[in-house]
Each structure stands twice: as C-alpha cells, then as structure tokens.
Design a protein around this ligand. Structure first.
Ligand code: ZZB
Length: 258
C-alpha cells in the first residue's frame, strides 16, 4: 500500500503539547504526518485526526525537521530513506494523542490552510502513521466523525470552533454530486462513526466512484479526471517537500473493511 505522508506543520501547540514537546526537539520544525491514499482530496481538508488513546512519538528527520507519528510508522520510514541515517530511528520524545487535541496545524494545498487537530476513536494504531487528515466531502469516516464531534463537543472536550469548517467540494461524481461522503452517509443511514459495517461499505463506494468517475473541482488540475490528478497532486506535493512517500510492508496492511 503506497501512501502519501502529508506533512502538516505545527502552527500552534496545545498547552499540554507545548510543555512536553517544544523543549525536546532542539529547535526542529515539527510536522504531524498524515497517511493518505487520496492526495487529490487534500484541497478539502477541514481538520486533522489523532487517536486520544494512542501514544505518538516525535522523531528527528534531520537537524531541521521532526515528524510526529506512531513509532511503528517511524520504524517503517527509517527503511524508506525518510530519515538522515537509514534504518535508524531517533526518537526525541513521546506524547499521548489526547494532548494533541486543539493544536493548530498547516494543511498543505487545502482551501483552509490552517486546521485543528481533533479526536477520532476509530483510528487503528497499526495502520498508516496514526495521524489522519480529514476530508469530510469525500471520506465517509471523516464526515461521520466530524458530525459526531459537532453534536457532542462537550463530551469530547473540544471547543466547537475547532470543528467549524464545513466540508469543501473537491470532486464531482455523476452519481453523488459534489458531496460524495455526506450523500453516502445519509443514504446508508449512518448515524455514528461507530457504524463500522455501513461505513466500510460507504468507503468502498466512495473510493470507486471518486477514482473511476470523479472530476476535480479545485486546484491546479481542476477539470481533470481524478485518475490523472491523483498522481499529479502527489508528485507536486513530493516535489515541493510538502509530503513524503510512505509504504506499508507487504502482508501487514490492516483494513477496517477486511
Ligand atoms: C484522506 C482521505 C480522503 C482518505 C478521502 C480517504 C478518503 P484504507 O483504504 O482502509 O487503507 N486512514 C489512514 N490511516 C488510518 C488509520 N490508522 N486508522 C483509520 N483510518 C486511517 O484507508 C486509508 C484511508 O483511511 C486514508 O486515506 C486515511 O483517510 C484513513 F476522501 O486520507 B484518507 C473513501 C475514502 N476517502
């Protein structure tokens, strides 16, 4: 599985993260790295998700940069030429996902370039980087989670303003229009991010519809088919240093739908 690791630079730490992380990184610029299979949707990022129950690490890339992700992802990256010394992981510090909630980060290519970090309980610790960038227009999981957070802001201990950005139209499909994920969530009567089965089905449909029949509505490749734009957006992000290639070892890919 070849992911794009999107580099989301820290704009403003949460109070908790500031005291725990800032003093440990030696002045390095810190990025949350979100693993995505849909780089062409990055225009529509509205927030970023971490799991409140996962421990994350901060890992030195070189003297200037550090990545925040799971240690499992960092070990994989070490064998993919991401860090200064091949095979070597240099952990600077670690932090509970819960303490990252409410941070502000930069979302590359997004129509809203500054977004907040919010909690997502369904993040799998053994897949991707443990950091997920949220595109509620095209990801049913993201849409269901965002709506739940808005409904129960107090329960989730978030400031409602952190979840205030509405889904952005990014891709048009003949069957679902400009809001593929919200339409599917409604159609399949999904009420909560815990509706795992219909969410897996919605995800499958959204992937296929977007990939085979989608047309870009925004960005440099506006008007082009998703199938072509997908590769171009990825290449553009990599070339500008806004993302890194990230692959999961064969046979270890975990999918919620599997
Ligand atoms: C942005 C995005 C936009 C995504 C979209 C999907 C969609 P898969 O297919 O099961 O391998 N993801 C990444 N890591 C995790 C994790 N640890 N736990 C839970 N979800 C994770 O899933 C890959 C996608 O699941 C990734 O691509 C990421 O969300 C999320 F419009 O990034 B994606 C129809 C899906 N649309």
């Amino acid at each position: 599985q070849e992911y794009t690791g999107v580099k989301m630079a820290v704009v403003q730490w949460s109070e908790a993260a500031k005291t725990e992380i800032e003093s440990s990184v030696g002045g390095r610029k810190v990025y949350l790295v979100a693993a995505t299979l849909r780089p062409e949707t990055m225009y529509g990022q509205t927030n970023c998700f971490v799991s409140p129950s996962i421990k994350y690490g901060v890992f030195a890339v070189n003297e200037r940069e550090a990545f925040l992700c799971t240690s499992r992802a960092a070990r994989n990256m070490a064998f993919q030429g991401t860090f200064a010394t091949r095979g070597q992981v240099h952990q600077l510090t670690e932090i509970d996902g819960a303490k990252l909630i409410g941070m502000k980060i930069n979302a590359p290519f997004a129509v809203n370039p500054e977004v907040y970090v919010l909690p997502m309980d369904t993040i799998l610790p053994n897949k991707g980087t443990g950091v997920v960038t949220s595109v509620p227009s095209d990801s049913p999981d993201d849409y269901a989670t965002l709506m739940d957070l808005r409904k129960k802001a107090e329960f989730y201990k978030i400031d409602p303003s952190w979840a205030a950005i509405d889904p952005i139209p990014v891709i048009s499909t003949p069957t679902y229009g400009e809001m593929t994920a919200p339409v599917l969530v409604k159609k399949l009567k999904i009420n909560s991010p815990k509706d795992a089965k219909p969410l897996a089905e919605a995800k499958e449909i959204a992937y296929k519809e977007g990939f085979y029949n989608g047309t870009m509505l925004v960005g440099e490749f506006k008007g082009e088919p998703v199938q072509e734009a997908k590769i171009k957006v990825r290449e553009s992000m990599l070339a500008q240093g806004l993302a890194v290639a990230y692959a999961e070892p064969e046979g270890l890919v975990i999918s919620r739908s599997a």
